[in-house]
Design a protein around this ligand. Structure first.
Ligand code: ZN
Length: 305
């Protein structure tokens, strides 16, 4: 939580994933994100992002930072992620080298966190030790290069549990996706509560309880009170970050959608603080408020604000 020495709670800064459903060039999307008042953004490192597809990915960090946005994380492409649990060493090597390449990209550009999926679909292969060894290699590379690997819950929260239970490292963290959490048929918020101390990235969005819509928080029927009750406002010092798509064409221009997104984040934060009965924890500087980013040793010199 953020506060100052007088014990006044400082609200969370807001982030948003750079793909939010509007087909503008990345630079334009970033400009809109900045204009709407977000402090941070993050980028998909897969081929559906035009600059990645066209070999311009090394230009992305300067676009983000030149606007004064913090580059919160890279989201890895998850096309091959089920190969982590493959019995074939060759298949496991494919995903290992994919994700090692993404870690290297983060390190080269001083991006503090890489978000990865570790399973996809409703029936991924089960967990096994050979897969854990793949993740352990990725964590070692992350430790060596000052990056934090954040594993995201998708449809199989048990895979997240298995990895976080078995590998303890400051460079292995949790990325909580609320829309995915709402669809897996276990009490929403339970996973967040379980891994609250390792929470580093939030993917906040809502859905209709049927499919992974990624609507703005509160615009679907997700059990937000459960998430808010589980949300560790006392310890989490990262961004409240949206990973969202518009629910309809009512948000014609994009900007209105982005501004409503910020309003929805403030709504969620107020709900979480109310339900947690949060009191301010004394904290002296703004930089301390971003403790979740501490793994980048020379990060401060490269922060854009
Ligand atoms: Zn994801």
């Amino acid at each position: 939580m953020k506060g100052n020495s007088a014990g006044i709670v400082r609200p969370y800064d807001h982030g948003i994933f750079s793909w939010f459903g509007y087909r503008f060039p990345l630079e334009e999307r970033m400009r809109m994100i900045k204009e709407a008042g977000y402090a941070a953004s993050s980028v998909w490192l897969g081929r559906t992002e035009r600059m990645v597809r066209e070999g311009e990915r090394n230009l992305i960090p300067s676009i983000v930072r030149s606007l004064g946005l913090d580059f919160e994380y890279i989201h890895a492409s998850y096309a091959n992620c089920n190969k982590i649990w493959s019995d074939s060493p060759d298949e496991r090597e494919i995903i290992r080298s994919d994700y090692l390449g993404d870690i290297a990209y983060c390190a080269e550009h001083r991006i503090p966190t890489l978000v990865v999926h570790i399973s996809k679909g409703l029936n991924p292969p089960g967990v096994k030790e050979s897969g854990l060894e793949v993740i352990a290699d990725l964590v070692r590379a992350s430790e060596d290069s000052g990056v934090v690997l954040a594993v995201e819950n998708t449809r199989q929260p048990g895979h997240v549990d298995y990895i976080l239970e078995n590998i303890k490292s400051d460079h292995l963290a949790f990325c909580y996706d609320s829309s995915h959490d709402f669809l897996v048929g276990q009490p929403a918020g339970a996973l967040l509560e379980r891994w609250a101390t390792r929470l580093r990235i939030t993917h906040l969005s809502d859905n209709d309880g049927l499919s992974d819509k990624h609507w703005l928080p509160g615009l679907g029927n997700g059990p937000w009170e459960r998430v808010a009750r589980a949300f560790p406002v006392e310890s989490f010092s990262g961004y409240l970050t949206l990973e969202v798509l518009p629910s309809s064409r009512e948000f014609a221009g994009g900007m209105e959608f982005l501004l409503l997104g910020r309003e929805r984040l403030r709504w969620f934060e107020a709900l979480a603080r109310k339900l947690r009965g949060a009191q301010a924890a004394p904290q002296s500087t703004e930089a301390a408020g971003h403790g979740a980013h501490d793994a980048m040793p020379d990060e401060e010199g490269h922060r854009s604000r």
